[in-house]
Design a protein around this ligand. Sequence first.
Ligand SMILES: Cc1cc2nc3c(=O)[nH]c(=O)nc-3n(C[C@H](O)[C@H](O)[C@H](O)COP(=O)(O)OP(=O)(O)OC[C@H]3O[C@@H](n4cnc5c(N)ncnc54)[C@H](O)[C@@H]3O)c2cc1C
Length: 426
Amino acid sequence: MKKALLLIFIVLSVAIPIIFWFRMLAAGLPWPVYLYDAGRLFALTGFVLLVFQYLLSSRIKWIERGIGLDRLFGIHRICGGIILALVTAHPLLILLSERLQGYAAPIGFLKVLGLIAILLVWATAGSALLYGRIPMSYESWKRIHRIGYLILPLVFIHSFLMGSTLQRGPMRGFWAILVLIYLAVLIHKIRQHHVFKRHPLRVSRVTKETDDIWRLDFEGDHPGYVPGQFMFVRIEREGRLSAPHPFTIASSPTQKGLSICAKAVGDFTSALGETKRSDPAYVDLPYGVFSFVYHDADRVIFIAGGIGITPFLSMLRYLKDRGLRKEVVLLWGNKTEKDIAFRAELDSMVSDMPSLKVVHILSRQGDWPGEKGRIDMGMLKRHVGDLAKGEYFVCGPLPMMEDVGKALSGLGVPRRRIHTERFALR
Ligand SMILES: Cc1cc2nc3c(=O)[nH]c(=O)nc-3n(C[C@H](O)[C@H](O)[C@H](O)COP(=O)(O)OP(=O)(O)OC[C@H]3O[C@@H](n4cnc5c(N)ncnc54)[C@H](O)[C@@H]3O)c2cc1C
């Protein structure tokens, strides 16, 4: 619902310049003039979308609540592609129109500003498109993407002083509102930097759970959260503060302190073992909507792949501590038996909670007596029981989530009852 409202708000905001642009159009002019006008319209709509890009990506909690950060980033990705197309077409249409009308306007300072802005759009959107396809670290990508904050001031000066639609009338006011939104986002980003410091925690325990999974416990005060939500964590080791990294809070709100469970995949996570007891940590929470508490169902089906177990750990711990009588089926895929973290805890939960069923599926252990291979339709049919009843929660590697999504759809589970959490914010 909130996501639909946000989309309507974006569409309405984009409609404002379109309406004013239409009202300024004169009839009966040679067609190259309309090409010129189309070029102007592309720039106007691109500018409005650009302002939304900052809003969507700056982790503003009251926008995120009820929608989820990954969905906001999904809209951000789509808007980025549209902006790239619009701002690239803008000068091309204007140049083409000028050529067709037999003149070439000189390239002055304001045009150069516009050109720099387009190059920056290409750099930020291009790096986002190339990330994962060429060797580029997350930090390098992030640094390039941050240049995006320079685009709006450049485009504002270019459009405000040059754009004929903005020379008079209410569009000037609208543009000023958009710039105020941009400034508010900048202030929010600066504040956000300090918000982290508001919740200083201490690492209370560092535990190796499997060959490549570390559990970190933190002690100290923090704002509340619901099971399944995530937080951004910064850890200070030997005086060096890490970048904020998102992790699901694997502990339950019923427990004191916070914990995360992280798989070593890169620089930050591979060095977690070097963290020492009482190292300072800073957290920003809560984020996310991946939780059964947002859905009214007596039956929940949790489907996890590898480290995607963490939101389910939190939810199971919560269900157990609260004595909630929900029917829960957990299907958890791992490579081999030694990759199953928290096995003893899960086994004890199964003994304590008669309504919990846990099925381990191993993809690379031939002698495993249980389910082998990847989670598919057959496994879902065998273990979930009445597929028509319950809410489905899926978290794991992207290909696994796609396969499970297809299998569930193939079994007739409606999309609205399948909830997912991606461990990537791009
Ligand atoms: C909502 C959410 C919940 C997550 N929960 C867990 C969890 O419970 N356990 C777990 O092991 N992993 C979790 N992750 C993934 C975890 O954030 C990354 O594995 C970790 O940040 C990798 O950092 P790195 O430097 O070790 O690896 P890198 O090799 O630098 O990065 C690997 C990938 O992690 C992501 N990433 C890296 N740095 C950042 C950053 N500063 N901010 C955002 N994303 C980043 C990028 O997608 C990148 O491609 C979660 C991610 C998200 C989005």
